[in-house]
Design a binder for this molecule. Structure first.
Ligand code: UDP
Length: 243
């Protein structure tokens, strides 16, 4: 496998890859088969990682880290190390699901409220014939249920595991159980199952083209403002670090 060229943004290695290239790298991971973690890194995570070493450690040990969102793309440019474009969780998920359809890969969906992963799985199977849903499980399991969840994933013989527990919990969870899960590719996808299941709409394409998906998410889910408060702090940190 060729090495992935990375740039450093606030201490995190971010791949200098387009969405299409990132999907190809992940396809290579599936073919190789040993467990690997993929992280689509967003500003909220990267900001928290400045103060929580365990979060930075998980990013440093991940096998592929992409720039999830315009904030990371901007920060990379500011650092003098531009990346070609943003590679978000849902976009990478959709590309990989398309590839799963073409290659007959098995996909496990873990996370979101009861019923949502099933609905998201049905949607993916309908959109990408050839994709097999190897299994699903909701994301509201207790600590004592964790071994059973891990065993269920392992026994599913999935090629890809999408984990929708919300960042940064999904990344910590994936890192902790990576070897036990035994799945070639484990990737956190945030609220993607809710979007696929039709519970939450994505921002309209015109807003996304203007790099304002975050604004769309805020308008559609005003409770997000509290989380998005970290964004101005992230901007200040980047401005100070990369004058
Ligand atoms: N979630 C979960 N278990 C939890 C908390 C959250 O499965 O204990 C799910 C939640 O239902 C949602 C997703 O995790 O589907 C988080 O979505 P959000 O949009 O908050 O995440 P982001 O995309 O911002 O990481």
């Amino acid at each position: 496998m060729h090495t992935i060229e990375t740039v450093h943004v606030l201490g995190a290695p971010v791949a200098r890859l387009t969405l299409a290239e990132a999907a190809q790298v992940v396809a290579g991971f599936v073919r190789e088969g040993r467990p690997r973690q993929v992280i689509t890194l967003n500003p909220e995570y990267l900001y928290q990682a400045q103060f929580r070493p365990e979060l930075m450690e998980v990013v440093r040990r991940a096998d592929l880290v992409t720039a999830d969102g315009v904030g990371i793309v901007w920060a990379a440019r500011r650092a003098g190390n531009p990346v070609p474009e943003r590679v978000t969780g849902i976009d990478l998920l959709l590309r990989l699901a398309e590839e799963a359809g073409a290659q007959g890969w098995r996909v496990f969906l873990l996370g979101a409220a009861p019923g949502v992963a099933e609905a998201a799985g049905r949607e993916l199977a309908a959109r990408y014939p050839g994709l097999t849903v190897a299994g699903t499980h909701h994301g509201y399991f207790k600590a004592e249920e964790e071994p059973a969840v891990v065993a269920k994933v392992r026994q599913s013989r999935a090629d890809l595991l999408f984990v929708a527990l919300g960042a940064p919990r999904q990344e910590l969870w994936a890192a902790r159980h990576l070897e036990a899960l035994g799945v070639p590719v484990v990737m956190g996808v945030g609220g993607s199952f809710d979007v696929l299941a039709g519970k939450v709409r994505r921002a309209p394409v015109w807003l996304r083209r203007l790099h304002l998906e975050w604004l769309g998410r805020l308008l559609m889910d005003p409770k997000r403002w509290r989380r998005q408060l970290v964004l101005p702090k992230f901007v200040l940190l980047v401005l100070r670090r990369y004058r």
